[in-house]
Design a binder for this molecule. Structure first.
Ligand code: NG6
Ligand code: CA
Length: 512
C-alpha cells in the first residue's frame, strides 16, 4: 500500500470525499484495481489453460501467483454486449441497441447510467480506460465531428482519463482518441467517417486489392484502406493521427503504464482493453514468428507481453501487493474473421476453444466461457484453480462489496455480489450464468447443465467459415458433467430440466 492509500484507509478520507463507503465499516486499504480485457482470446489460448505449442509466460506466472477460473463467463459471445455488461452490471439483452457497434455509433451507455467507473470514482479512485472501446462515442451515431472534442465519451460515464480506439481494429476511424479528442490530430488531414457511403477519390479495398500491402481481406473488410489493410466503413483523412496496426499494442500498453505511474500515490482503477487478439491481427515485428502459429498466435504472445509489462510496472512501483489484477477476455475465439492471416492453417494442433464446443458468436460454451485470472497477493490464494461459476456481470456488485459502497437505486440491476467467489473464498459461485449469442439467443448454465433456448439464425456465417453457431429452432440441453464438450443434446430425455431452465430465462426477462 502506498502512503496516500494508507492515509485514505486510516482516516476514512475516501468515505468523506464521497458517499461511497458506509460509515460504520472498519477502515480497510483500498486496493488498486486493474482489469485487462483481451479481445477474442479463447478458453484454450493460454499456457495455463492448456495451450501446448504456444508460450504465454507472463499470464502463466499470474496464474501461479493468483487464481485461475475454469468456469468464468462473459455475458455475450461478441464484444459490444459483453463490454456493456461488464461496465454496467446489466445484461445486454435488456436493451435492443447493444449489438456489435459500428465505428460511428453514438454512446450506448449514457451519462445518467451508473457505471463501474462511477463506482470507483465515487469511492475516491482515479479511473482510466485504455484500449478498445466499442461502446459508441458522441451524442448521436453518424454525426460526430472527429476534428473537434467529442461531446460525449468515457469522461461522461466515470472515466477520468481515456485513450481509446473508437470501435475495433477493423472499423474506421483508425485513430486513437484521448480524453475525447483525436490523439495527434493532424490539421492538414481532417477526418471524415461514414458507414453509409464512400468518399469520392478514396480507393476502396474491394476495388484495389493491390493496395492491401499488409493484409488481404477474406470476407468483408473491403471498404476504407488504412495502413495497407481493408476496413469496415469509409474514412478520409487522418494523416499523421492514423494508427499503424503493428504499433497498437505498444501504444495502448505505454498509455496504460503511464496511467499507473501517474497514479501511483492514489487508488486507481484501470480498464485496459487490448486490441489483441482481434482482427486485423498485425502484431509488432518483435513478436512475429514467436508462436510458430502465424499472426494469430503471435498476437497472443503480444497480448501476453502487455500483461507482463503491467505486472512489471506494478512491481517496480511497489504496487504489486495492493493491486487486484484481473485478466480475462470479452468473448471466445475465432480463426478466420475476415482476413487472410492463415489462422486456421497454422494452428499446428492448437485448440483455441480448449476442447469446448463453439467459438466467438456461438451459443455453445466457447462463445462466452473465457479465461479469467485474479491476483491479489495476500487476499487471493496463489496457484489455485477455482471451479466456481462466475460472470463478468457480477464484477460490478462484487467491487461495490469490496468498497463497501452504496449504489444508486436501479444501478447494476443484474449484478450479484460475488466477491467471495472472485476472491477464492467461495468454491461454488452463482446458481446459474446467462450468456447471449450473436443472434441474441440466450443460454443458461448451471453447475450441471447447459440449456440453449430455441432461436432463428443461420447455421454459420459466411465470414467465419467452419463455425457452427448453434442457432436451432429446438431447445438444446447438455449434461456438462458427463459431456463437457456439448456433444450430445439430451433435451428430449429431460423435458423437466428443459422446462426449469426455460423458466429461469422467463423469470429473468420479466424481472426489470
Ligand atoms: C463482424 C466482422 C468481424 C468482427 C466482428 C466483431 C465482418 C465480415 N466481420 O461483423 O471481423 O469485427 O464483427 O467482433 O465484417 S467483436 O469481437 O468486436 O465483437
Ligand atoms: Ca471480441
Amino acid at each position: 500500500m502506498n502512503k496516500s492509500q494508507l492515509l485514505l484507509s486510516l482516516t476514512g478520507a475516501a468515505a468523506a470525499a464521497s458517499c461511497g463507503t458506509g460509515p460504520e465499516k472498519t477502515a480497510r486499504p483500498l486496493p488498486n484495481v486493474v482489469i485487462i480485457l483481451a479481445d477474442d482470446l479463447g478458453y484454450g489460448d493460454l499456457g495455463c489453460y492448456g495451450a501446448l505449442n504456444l508460450s504465454t509466460p507472463h499470464v502463466d506466472r499470474l496464474a501461479a501467483e493468483g487464481m485461475r477460473f475454469g468456469n468464468a463467463y462473459a455475458s455475450a459471445s461478441v464484444s459490444t454486449p459483453s463490454r456493456y455488461s461488464l461496465l454496467t452490471g446489466q445484461y445486454p439483452w435488456r436493451r435492443e441497441d447493444t449489438g456489435v457497434a459500428v465505428g460511428d455509433a453514438g454512446m450506448i451507455i449514457r451519462p445518467e447510467q451508473y457505471t463501474l467507473a462511477d463506482l470507483f470514482k465515487n469511492a475516491g479512485y482515479t479511473t482510466g480506460a485504455v484500449g478498445k472501446w466499442h461502446l459508441g462515442l458522441g451524442d448521436k451515431g453518424g454525426e460526430q465531428d472527429w476534428n473537434a472534442p467529442l461531446p460525449m465519451g468515457p469522461g461522461d460515464i466515470g472515466f477520468d482519463y481515456s485513450y481509446i480506439m473508437a470501435a475495433t481494429g477493423d472499423r474506421v476511424p483508425c485513430v486513437f482518441i484521448e480524453n475525447g479528442c483525436v490523439a495527434g490530430w493532424d490539421p492538414s488531414a481532417p477526418i471524415e467517417v461514414s458507414y453509409r457511403q464512400p468518399f469520392e477519390g478514396e480507393p476502396l479495398a474491394k476495388d484495389h486489392p493491390e493496395l492491401l500491402y499488409n493484409l488481404q481481406s477474406s470476407v468483408g473488410h473491403n471498404q476504407a484502406i488504412v495502413n495497407g489493410i481493408g476496413r469496415i466503413g469509409y474514412m478520409r483523412g487522418g494523416g499523421k493521427a492514423l494508427w499503424k496496426d503493428e504499433n497498437i499494442a505498444d501504444s495502448l500498453t505505454t498509455h496504460a503504464l503511464d496511467f499507473i505511474s501517474e497514479n501511483r500515490d492514489r487508488p486507481f482503477f484501470l480498464y485496459l482493453a487490448t486490441n489483441d487478439v482481434h482482427v486485423p491481427r498485425f502484431p509488432h515485428e518483435r513478436f512475429r514468428g514467436k508462436s510458430g502459429m502465424g499472426l494469430r498466435g503471435d498476437a497472443i504472445v503480444e497480448f501476453d507481453w502487455t500483461v507482463g509489462e503491467v505486472m512489471r510496472r506494478l512491481r517496480e512501483l511497489g504496487l504489486e501487493e495492493n493491486t487486484l489484477l484481473i485478466v480475462t477476455s470479452d468473448n471466445g475465439p475465432v480463426l478466420d474473421d475476415g482476413y487472410q492471416d492463415q489462422a486456421r492453417e497454422l494452428l499446428n494442433g492448437h485448440d483455441p476453444s480448449g476442447q469446448l464446443r463453439g467459438n466467438k458468436y456461438t451459443v455453445y460454451e466457447a462463445g462466452a466461457r473465457v479465461p479469467a485470472l485474479v491476483r491479489w497477493p495476500g487476499r487471493v490464494p496463489a496457484g489455485v484453480v477455482s471451479d466456481a461459476l462466475v460472470s463478468h456481470v457480477d464484477l460490478f456488485a462484487s467491487f461495490a462489496g469490496l468498497l463497501e459502497a452504496r449504489l444508486p437505486r436501479g444501478a447494476a440491476p443484474d449484478s450479484q455480489g460475488a466477491l467471495e467467489a472472485w476472491l477464492g473464498e467461495d468454491p461454488v459461485g452463482r446458481d446459474y450464468v446467462i450468456a447471449q449469442a450473436n443472434n441474441r439467443a440466450l443460454s443458461v448454465r448451471t453447475a450441471h447443465w447447459k440449456y440453449i433456448e430455441p432461436s432463428n439464425g443461420p447455421l454459420s456465417y459466411s465470414w467465419a467459415p467452419g463455425i457452427e453457431l448453434g442457432f436451432l429452432p429446438e431447445p438444446q440441453l447438455f449434461d456438462l458433467l458427463s459431456d463437457p464438450a456439448e456433444r450430445s443434446d439430451v433435451a428430449q430425455l429431460h423435458p423437466d430440466i428443459v422446462e426449469r431452465m426455460q423458466e429461469i430465462l422467463t423469470q429473468e426477462r420479466e424481472r426489470r
